[in-house]
Design a protein around this ligand. Sequence first.
Ligand code: FAD
Length: 406
Amino acid sequence: MTGRVRIVIVGGSFGGLATAYELRRHLGPERAEITLVAKDDQFRFVPSFPWVAMGRRSLEQISFSLAGPLANKHVAFAHETVTGVDTENKVVATSGTEHPYDFLVVATGHRSANEAVEGLGPFDGPGHSPMSAGETTELAKAIRALLTDPGPVVVGAAPGASCIGPVYELAFELDHLLRRRKLRHRVPMTVLTPEPFLGHMGMGGAGKIRQLLEGALEERDVVYRTSVAITKITAETVETEGASPTPSLLSIVIPPLAGVDAVAKSPGLANPKGFIPVDDHYRHQTADGVYAVGVAVALPPVGDTPVPVNFPKTGHMTEQMAGIAARDLAARVEGREGTTAELSARCVLDMGDRGAYMAVDPVRPPRDQIPTVSEGRRWLYAKQAFERAYLFSARRGQKMPTALGW
Ligand SMILES: Cc1cc2nc3c(=O)[nH]c(=O)nc-3n(C[C@H](O)[C@H](O)[C@H](O)COP(=O)(O)OP(=O)(O)OC[C@H]3O[C@@H](n4cnc5c(N)ncnc54)[C@H](O)[C@@H]3O)c2cc1C
């Protein structure tokens, strides 16, 4: 393409920010005018939401304002809410204005489909989930209340959930917190998961993670049930299909995810769940010039399970998608096609007093390599160091570390 291309990125989290930085490495301001549109003016390090819930971090400690770092990269920042995308005329509409584009990258993440479980709040029901800053703040309040008035706790995921890692992290972290306060004996804890076995995580499991999680929950006296369909949360129970209700004063349930309304309702952009169908380069399958990365992308589950569990889209995977999409987009501007790669996943699970490291390559089985699973206190330190390193780099517009620690 000749002339200066107009690139619009929607979303200012892992997917949007990584795409903006990577695009700028390939296309200077004379070659591309880049605008990032996001409804939140803050970047938040979402993997630390469980630490915010436990009172170990404030939201401020894991956030920074997007405007400065983007300006340093000569990326225009529009703090606006996108209301729709016209893929025929190549225009993004927001609450205030319109952004015409030659290329569009959608990185709008998810909408929590809380309607899947009656009572899943926290604003309109007793159930909690840490899927956004506001919900995490409410969960932090509920955990403080539990410390003064202990009672049974359920941590789980709803049928169709895809973000299962935080279920384990929240259970282990809460167990650890309660033990430190000498309150654990007053809090029966239950993990309820739609997974057919612990550690399936929507990717068919990973090496010995199942055995590790079973042992770790059992030694901590956390009861667990698999292939569970949570149907309803009340102030005192969690109801599931085919079993009697589990008593629970604090119920933390990860919902299934859907695409955000602006994407779901834009003609020709998304599938019925609101996720965007893409090819190997994260290009839209039909809409010209459109890419999608991160949680906004449609990725099929690994297979049938008795209770539905969806394919994970982690922060680490989101960054890989952003890299592939940005390099392909930059190559297309120069009249070439970019390279692509299968997604791998590395993540560290906080287990309270230690961490568990998991590496799968590729994410979708079968795999040539046996997944790495390792447990130890060093992984907890690695996760904390990674959070700091990521925020340090992202704030300065530098390439974020993607290897260890997620
Ligand atoms: C509790 C929790 C713990 C997690 N832990 C880990 C972990 O340990 N490791 C890991 O790898 N992953 C983890 N994840 C997953 C990780 O956070 C996600 O993969 C990542 O946030 C996805 O990034 P994204 O850019 O696709 O979307 P999001 O982070 O959801 O960001 C969406 C962006 O789009 C913007 N947006 C949305 N709608 C609009 C609109 N209409 N107009 C304008 N802007 C809009 C938002 O403002 C936001 O900037 C965790 C997730 C949760 C919820």
